[in-house]
Design a binder for this molecule. Structure first.
Ligand code: NAD
Length: 514
């Protein structure tokens, strides 16, 4: 048994020495030296539970140096050996699912079942990465000209970096590092400073799995660490997941510094309900997808687009379901929805419950009436429902990222499609209908990266790739799956002729193939 960090159990406000979360560099915990740190809260109690080191430019450089030093041996490690290590990583993460989930509940606040679901989806990405010998097969063309063969191989980039958001502290890093290291790269992760413990724990698991020191590193921090990554000449690529303004900054700054960048941004996901849909099924789906993880999912449904006469019965069905949702601390048995990540974020979400009605929406259910919001200790907000929302309202124009479902009433299918295609975000969308022809037309018409047909959260499985369009993704390649392998490798084309002195002659003409 390895010396694994203990999942956090209690908050520690008022204690003189709060537990400190350190960097993970060169295969060991490294205490920060910058003198800068950040708070890590238990969102269910509102207490300051831990502190996290914030890296300086020099500390980021130390992580990049460790990754750079590890790269030559790692890229030369045979595919069979890398695969063996990836299988061990997969098995250790599988074995420690509950330990990882405990970190997520303690620092993010998500309920236990949701945290276990996050780990399970991340694990599927690691399982995909174990197929790397097959995924890295190149192509070969024999006899492109007399005695000449051409083949393409895919090689790692070098040091790859990942910068990840608070809402999936384990899964999003697993979207990235499994494929990155499987392809022979080394990796520097800058996780969210709000819930950073899971990333260091994963570092310990990777070490136990046999990942050589320096192949996987974690530096914590804020904009200082992020900008140091973006500007570091030793980093070849940056994978980012987070909000749209930061994603744009990452893409523009990273590419300006010559890096390959994929930057996934925010979302405003619409679920269209056509008049022929099964109302109960649509209501169950909308409620699950809007309030799961307290709405802090980039694939959460934030807008239900009720077409024609479906709005009133649908809202009635949704309203029936809301009082039954158990809002409670994530580690409480039966909890279905936990708190939000910080008090500041919770209060920002709540502002839309004022601005929406002020701009003409109906506040059908107000989450501020929930007792856990009222008692004010943790960062809780009950579920909220806004009806008669229109595209000009602030609550529609912004990504709320909280437990607020908005209903927009559309007269026709064409209006619903127009609304979605005009939105600056285009991460996910869904349609609920019993009409196969309408669903197929929607899949054809809609300008969004991930589409669900009677599936409210269409997150692609690990062997497809994840990504939105427009302001939900900056870059050319989507994340994980086959496009992830493409992102973490570059192609080299070799043209080869083996000596045949009998045909050798000087020829200054342009190379011919026929
Ligand atoms: P965020 O953009 O605030 O932070 C993401 C990362 O960027 C963190 O590591 C953070 O430290 C860093 N960062 C924050 N501000 C920065 C700045 N000014 N300069 C440089 N770096 C900075 O996002 P978040 O609040 O952690 O996560 C929620 C957001 O992420 C939502 O917008 C959500 O939609 C989005 N998200 C998108 C996807 C997707 O796949 N498209 C998935 C998950 C989350």
């Amino acid at each position: 048994m390895t010396r694994l960090a203990q999942p956090p159990t209690s908050a520690a406000e008022g204690k003189p020495d709060l537990p400190r979360i350190n960097h993970w560099i060169g295969g060991e915990r490294v205490a920060g030296t910058s003198g800068r740190k950040g708070p890590v809260y238990n969102p269910a109690t509102g207490e300051l539970a831990r502190e996290v080191d914030f890296a300086s430019v020099e500390e980021v450089d130390a992580a990049v140096k460790a990754a750079t030093a590890a790269f030559p041996a790692w890229r030369a490690t045979s595919l069979s050996r890398r695969t063996e290590i990836l299988f061990r990583i997969r098995n250790l993460v599988d074995q420690h699912r509950a330990d990882i989930a405990a970190f997520l509940t303690a620092e993010h606040g998500k309920v236990h079942t949701d945290a276990m679901g996050e780990v399970a989806r991340g694990l599927e990405n690691l399982e995909f990465a174990t197929g790397v010998p097959h995924l890295l097969k190149g192509s070969f063309s024999e006899q492109v000209s007399g005695g000449i063969d051409v083949y393409q191989i895919r090689q790692p980039l070098g040091v790859a970096a990942g910068i990840t958001p608070f809402n999936f502290p384990a899964m999003v890093p697993m979207w990235m590092f499994g494929n990155a290291i499987a392809c022979g790269n080394t990796f520097v992760l800058k996780p969210s400073e709000k819930d950073p413990s899971a990333s260091v724990y994963l570092g310990e698991l990777l070490k136990e799995a046999g990942v050589p020191d320096g192949v996987f590193n974690v530096v914590h921090g804020d904009k200082v660490a992020v900008d140091a990554i973006l500007e570091h000449p030793g980093i070849a690529s940056v994978s980012f997941v987070g909000s749209t303004p930061v994603a744009r900054h990452i893409y523009e700054t990273g590419t300006r510094h010559g890096k390959r960048v994929q930057a996934l941004g925010g979302a405003k996901n619409h679920m269209v309900v056509l008049p022929d849909a099964d109302i109960d099924m649509a209501a169950d789906a909308a409620v699950s997808a809007a309030y799961g993880s307290a709405g802090e999912r980039c694939m959460a449904i934030s807008v239900v687009v009720a077409v024609g006469g479906v709005a009133d019965p649908l809202i009635d069905a949704i309203k029936l379901r809301l009082p039954k949702i158990k809002v409670a601390p994530g580690d409480e048995p039966g909890a279905e929805m936990g708190p939000l990540i910080t008090r500041e974020h919770r209060d920002k979400v709540a502002t839309y419950l004022d601005s929406g009605p002020a701009q003409g929406a109906d506040l059908v259910v107000d989450g501020r009436e929930h007792p856990l919001y009222q008692d004010g200790k943790g960062f809780f907000l009950g579920v909220s429902l806004l009806d008669k929302v229109t595209p000009d309202m602030d609550c529609y124009r912004n990504e709320i990222f909280g437990p607020v479902m908005e209903v927009v009433r559309a007269e026709s299918y064409a209006d619903a499609v127009g609304l979605i295609n005009d939105n600056p975000y285009a991460n996910g969308t869904a349609i609920f209908t019993r009409d196969g022809g309408a669903a197929r037309q929607f899949q054809f018409d809609i300008d969004v990266g991930m589409v669900g047909i009677n599936v409210p959260i269409p997150v692609p499985v690990a062997y497809y790739s994840f990504g939105g369009w427009r302001n939900s993704l900056f870059g050319d390649l989507h994340m994980y799956g086959p496009e992830g392998i493409q992102f973490y490798t570059r192609a080299k084309v070799v043209t080869a002729r083996w000596p045949d002195p009998g045909t050798s002659k000087v020829d200054l003409g342009f190379p011919r193939t026929r």
